[in-house]
Design a protein around this ligand. Structure first.
Ligand SMILES: Cc1cc2nc3c(=O)[nH]c(=O)nc-3n(C[C@H](O)[C@H](O)[C@H](O)COP(=O)(O)OP(=O)(O)OC[C@H]3O[C@@H](n4cnc5c(N)ncnc54)[C@H](O)[C@@H]3O)c2cc1C
Length: 416
């Protein structure tokens, strides 16, 4: 756990706003330093996005070498590195074990709790926070500042009141899946205070494709299993899913930052889909050549162990005129162009790019423009692919902001 400051005078009060992984981590560190901590959360319960993340298997972090892990944060690498060095992959796993939740490394290097879901972890964590004296004010929304050391909150009774606090940590998340809490409404408030916020954009998101109505009706929801996707010089193997309006899924998410940039720049981008990445063109052509001359395209593809969606994609890409010779057909199946014309909405993305510019916070994650206000988690301007990197950075920055806040308090309220 983080090197918290302490001991503090019993009068030091800390407000943590946002009860997701980053905020709860900051609360834990602050409580350990002796501060009187209240977590303010706008939803009726805590950690809703963490619970949601757990539904598909809670990928807490990644087991790869620390330097490789840091590379996943791209331009934010150097700013996040100290926080991740202080509370890294092994610390996170030990912390889980301390809550009675052992973890394991999956085949892809991803780290999960053995129960896979977030429920047990969150329950044990909230029990421990409660036992350490952390108070929770639910249905309570931060609406802004009211001068130094004063925050404005809207309580469950819809009344707005100003609360005086010695230190505050904001961990309000991004703006994906707003129904679980983080809706990005804080952006305007923070900008109005003169703090730079990069626009919130979808990250790890799906993309829009102008499918023909026939293709969309037939294949929406169909997985593209074991494909290789390429764009902008990068190739990723994995799974994707056809949606009524486009394409999404793990392999698409992995390319999403580059695809988003290309669409922002050029208005559209072409994704190449290799529908049979285990075979080269020659071997696939040989397989396709075994068909009878009278076989339909669907039958030929089925015989070559390709799903019906492969034929559908090929027809979409060729204006319903797929090549017929085995060599040309094989080459086409290994590079089906899918024209991406936009991004699926932020509300449906796994995570959010953009946020409070990292230049706006100092090394302890305190806002330079707002002494005594610290920031953590996804509301900061960093992004990373799926694979546990999002939660790792949320937890690590939560620890760092909590430690920064407790040191800041110690300088002002420390017991001599
Ligand atoms: C479907 C899905 C699956 C995911 N799976 C994974 C995964 O397996 N691994 C992984 O690493 N990441 C995953 N993520 C991403 C991960 O859940 C987030 O990156 C992480 O929860 C961010 O933590 P946070 O504390 O910064 O923000 P959040 O978890 O969003 O918490 C912010 C909290 O602040 C509250 N809040 C917002 N505004 C206010 C306000 N004004 N006043 C009071 N409270 C406010 C919100 O209600 C919320 O509870 C997934 C995300 C989704 C959507």
């Amino acid at each position: 756990m983080a090197p918290a400051a302490g001991p503090l005078s019993s009068r030091a009060t800390a407000a943590v706003v946002g009860g997701g992984p980053a905020g709860l981590m900051a609360a834990e560190v602050l409580a350990a330093s002796g501060a009187e901590v209240t977590v303010y959360e706008r939803m009726p319960s805590l950690g809703r996005k963490l619970q949601l993340a757990g539904r598909g298997g809670l990928n807490l972090t990644h087991g790869e070498a620390p330097a490789a892990l840091l590379d996943r944060y791209g331009p934010a690498r150097s700013r996040l590195a100290p926080a991740i060095a202080t509370f890294g992959q092994d610390d996170l796993r030990r912390w889980c074990a301390g809550l009675g939740q052992e973890t394991f490394v999956g085949t892809s290097g991803r780290v999960f709790p053995t129960e896979l879901r977030a429920t047990g972890l969150l329950r044990a964590w909230l029990r421990r926070l409660d036992a350490s004296g952390v108070r929770f004010a639910l249905r309570t929304t931060w609406v802004g500042w009211d001068g130094p050391g004063r925050i404005r909150l809207r309580f469950a009774d819809e009344q707005e009141r100003v609360v005086a606090v010695d230190v505050a940590v904001l961990a309000l998340g991004g703006a994906s899946w707003p129904r679980v809490g983080s809706d990005g409404a804080w952006v305007e408030v923070v900008r109005a205070a003169g703090i730079a916020v990069s626009p919130l954009r979808p990250a790890n998101c799906g993309f829009l494709v102008d499918w023909s109505p026939r293709f969309a009706t037939r294949f929406a929801g169909t997985p593209l299993k074991n494909v290789a996707l390429s764009a902008a010089g990068r190739q990723v193997r994995g799974e994707a899913v056809v949606t009524a309006t486009g394409i999404e899924g793990g392999a698409v998410y992995a390319l999403s930052a580059g695809l988003r940039e290309a669409i922002d720049r050029d208005g559209a981008v072409t994704l190449q889909v290799d529908l049979q990445p285990d075979l080269d063109v020659g071997r696939l052509a040989a397989r396709l050549a075994r068909a009878r001359p009278t076989d339909s395209l669907s039958t030929r593809l089925r015989r070559a162990r390709l799903a019906p969606v492969a034929g559908g994609l090929l027809r979409e890409a060729t204006g319903n005129l797929p090549p017929t010779g085995p060599d040309a057909l094989a080459a086409a199946l290994k590079a089906v162009p899918v024209h991406l014309v936009g991004l699926q909405p932020l509300a449906r993305a796994i995570s959010t790019a953009g946020g409070i510019a990292l230049a706006e916070v100092d090394d302890s994650f305190m806002l330079r423009a707002r002494s005594g206000t610290f920031v953590a988690g996804e509301m900061l301007d960093w992004e990373a692919p799926t694979g546990g990197y999002l939660l790792q950075a949320s937890f690590s920055t939560g620890v760092a902001a909590g430690a920064g806040a407790s040191h800041w308090l110690a300088e002002r309220h420390g017991v001599p």
